[in-house]
Design a binder for this molecule. Sequence first.
Ligand SMILES: Nc1ncnc2c1ncn2[C@@H]1O[C@H](COP(=O)(O)OP(=O)(O)O)[C@@H](O)[C@H]1O
Ligand SMILES: [Mg+2]
Length: 312
Amino acid sequence: MSQPIIDVQKLTATYGPVTALNGVNLTVNKGEIFGLLGPNGAGKSTLLACVEGLHNPKNGSVHVNGVDVQADSASTKSQLGIQLQKTALLDDLTVAELVEVYAALYEVYLNSEQIDALLTRFDLLEKRNTLSRRLSGGQQQRLALAVAIANDPQIVLLDEPTSALDPHARRAVWDMIRELHNEGRTIVLTTHAMEEAEALCGRIAIIDRGQVVSCDTPAALISSLKLNAMLKATVELPLEQVRTLPDVNNARYTGQHLEVETARPEVTLTALHELAARSGRSISDVMLRQPNLEDVFLKLTGHALAESNPSA
Ligand SMILES: Nc1ncnc2c1ncn2[C@@H]1O[C@H](COP(=O)(O)OP(=O)(O)O)[C@@H](O)[C@H]1O
Ligand SMILES: [Mg+2]
């Protein structure tokens, strides 16, 4: 097997008394879109910061293309394009000036045609003379992507690239990330949204409380746990009663919807109707869905991934 492009071994990172990462091992291969999926506080940003050489781990190591980040962060940094979770884009520069300044930080000096070409591909050309603080959320995220690849890096690290975007702006950013990948770049992104991980990533590390609890393709993560189909319905019933119905493995509420994991949906649905009738309730919007990464997360960690996604 070829050498991983990013190799994280036994990584532990702390902030004073807080342990943010606790013995993380993972490898990212050249050319993949790799996702770090976990709730807020899981340690995703800290993990990227260790790869970027912006946080010194307490223990363990990170290698980028075989080079130890702690030993030679100047060399590893030059291979990375970085989008921080809170991109503090200098507010009083125009879009074109920002791209120029960020590229220059990597000793890449772009002329105005090169800047315009970069802005064009992120659909920002008409904003070239606009101050960055006047951009919409989607435009700011696209600018952050443009800035992240201003030095033409082979590896692009994106920390929550679409958080707080509306669905349309989010899809535009997804398309741009796919394009960066199609050019042969390796992408590592963090997200707390399972649909984003599922839509973009070839492999995913599920992170919870500073540890990688599982790592594989989305399909393998889902199939490995042998989860049953989920019966979804709008009805208000006590969960402890639903859990005693035939063939039910688990039940929970997501928003208004009751979700029931069941090996035999038709048997469970009949029993659910009977329970509802006895309780004087009605059931509507019944559907069956296949298990997803949210179910995997719940099964592996015992708690839900979603604090609700602000853009949903
Ligand atoms: N600068 C900091 N000082 C103190 N604690 C921090 C700091 N940054 C992160 N943490 C803590 O480290 C843990 C992991 O945080 P973080 O890596 O930001 O998680 P995520 O990106 O998954 O939300 C959390 O408990 C968080 O509160
Ligand atoms: Mg974060």
